[in-house]
Design a protein around this ligand. Structure first.
Ligand code: ADP
Length: 471
């Protein structure tokens, strides 16, 4: 455990807090207890003193000689009278003593001296000390007051004080011990998840993706662990996507390059004779490569949020007409009826879009529809306001490409917008299918703030692709 570790700091903090708490409460308890005990002892000693002098007065009927008797019974501690231990006090002790109580007679003259009050001195009434009258048979014969001199405790009392001090010390030590154990436990519960997180993020930094840590609590540390897990899973997923994407790109580049290289080798070695048909094949493959590169560029721009959009106001109807016209010839060759839906021509609807990009989206969708619709089928293009949107003023416009083709199986539907995804892997790039068409359509629509979706009633029942653009 280093001096800079959290465990050390926490235990130190607990130690300081418990030391301060225990020390302060021990001092307070000692002080309060000591005061109460002192005044109790003083009261008791004073009562004993009064009853002693009263007994003397009752026995002799006067105060004569009381000092000698009292001081002989209670010699000052550590002071041996001139006549030896147990001898009556000498004149010096009689004149003054270190006794804690003063006895005055009726004339307020000192008859039992104590420190500061010599024998025979007159003490005027109304002094600061609290006096107690000595009464014999209903008559006041004297007064007693404490000098404020600290009492010497008898062995029993001294033992009580020592025991109390000891108990307070033990209580403080136990308190500190508990605080240390608690501090250690808390430090452990805090430090363990943190250490796990540190180890996991170090492993992540070393490139070991997919790190997960245990979530041990539902507090802030638990939240931290949870968000770390999410981040780690996200990183692993992104890395897997990137890896997959690179593999897909390599795969897509390979077949056109193989064809071109094969032809070029044959021509170079004289095995093949140059002919317009052979150049046409090579040109087609080169174009395929060019399209792929262009598609990847569009996707990466869209990913970075940097797809330049040249937004203009365009009538939706004219966009549909342009697409229909562009594909009319191919549709005719394929024996498919292609046209704008007469009930949703988009008349009166203007779109604020980049016309070139949006035409690319519609062309991709129409291209797919043509590809998956057999002869005798029908493709209709439509533009309409979102149904039910008339109430809410800022509404959306829907552009739809609907075909009566082979449809999309439900298990395929969730993936068709993924990059390089082909519903039927057997269909190759030879047909101009890169598996990027829908991914690009989605990127462009999303760059416009819209969304694109697909629905299909099932195999053989046609598909509908819908672009939703907020107005
Ligand atoms: P591709 O270049 O393979 O057409 P796309 O991204 O355009 O790639 O489409 C992905 C997949 O979605 C296709 O392989 C196909 O399975 C499915 N799909 C797209 N459009 C249609 C459609 N109109 N009818 C049926 N399936 C479709």
């Amino acid at each position: 455990m280093s001096f800079r570790s959290l465990t050390f700091k926490l235990i130190l903090a607990f130690l300081i807090v418990s030391l301060a708490g225990a020390g302060l409460s021990a001092l307070l308890a000692r002080w309060a207890n000591g005061r109460a005990f002192d005044s109790l002892v003083l009261d008791q000693a004073q009562a004993a003193f009064i009853s002693e002098v009263s007994a003397y007065y009752e026995a002799t009927g006067a105060w004569q000689g009381v000092a000698r008797v009292i001081l002989q019974r209670h010699p000052a501690p550590g002071r041996v009278p001139a006549g030896g231990r147990g001898a009556p006090p000498g004149e010096a002790e009689l004149a003054t003593s270190s006794f804690s109580f003063v006895l005055l007679d009726q004339n307020r003259d000192v008859i039992v001296p104590a420190s500061g009050y010599r024998l025979g001195v007159h003490v005027p009434a109304g002094g600061p000390a609290k006096e107690t009258a000595v009464e014999i048979g209903g008559q006041t014969v004297g007064a007693v007051f404490a000098t404020g001199q600290p009492l010497t405790l008898d062995p029993g009392q001294a033992l009580y004080v020592a025991r109390t001090d000891q108990a307070l010390l033990y209580a403080a030590l136990i308190g500190i011990g508990i605080a240390l154990v608690l501090g250690g436990l808390l430090a452990r519960t805090l430090v363990r998840p943190l250490a796990e997180l540190t180890a996991a993020s170090r492993a992540l930094a070393r490139g070991e993706l997919g790190q997960q840590v245990a979530i041990r609590s539902s507090d802030e540390l638990g939240e931290l662990a949870d968000s770390f897990n999410q981040m780690s899973a996200g990183l692993a997923q992104a890395s897997e996507l990137r890896r997959q994407m690179t593999a897909d790109i390599a795969h897509e580049l390979r077949s056109p390059l193989t064809v071109i290289t094969g032809y070029l080798e044959g021509l170079r070695d004289g095995v093949l004779k140059p002919s317009p048909a052979r150049f046409e094949v090579m040109y087609g493959e080169a174009q395929q490569l060019q399209r792929l590169v262009e598609d990847l560029r569009t996707l990466s721009l869209a990913d970075a949020g940097e797809l330049p959009l040249n937004r203009q106001s365009v009538p939706a109807g004219s966009m549909l007409e342009q697409v229909a016209a562009a594909f009319a010839h191919r549709a005719e060759l394929a024996g498919v009826a292609l046209g704008v839906d007469p009930s949703a021509t988009g008349a009166g609807i203007d779109l604020l879009v980049d016309p070139e990009r949006m035409l690319q989206v519609l062309a991709n969708l129409t291209n797919n529809a043509l590809r998956y619709t057999p002869a005798g089928g029908r493709i209709s293009l439509a533009a309409l306001r979102e149904p039910g949107a008339a109430l809410r003023e800022p509404s959306a416009v829907l552009l739809q490409v609907q075909d009566s083709g082979e449809g999309i199986p439900p298990e395929v539907l969730p993936h068709i917008f993924d990059r390089f995804y082909r519903g039927d892997p057997a269909r190759s790039a030879a047909g101009g299918e890169s598996g990027l068409g829908l991914a690009i359509a989605r990127s462009i629509v999303e760059a416009h703030g819209g969304a694109v979706s697909a629905s299909s009633a099932g195999s053989g029942l046609g598909s509908t692709f819908t672009v939703r653009l907020p107005v």
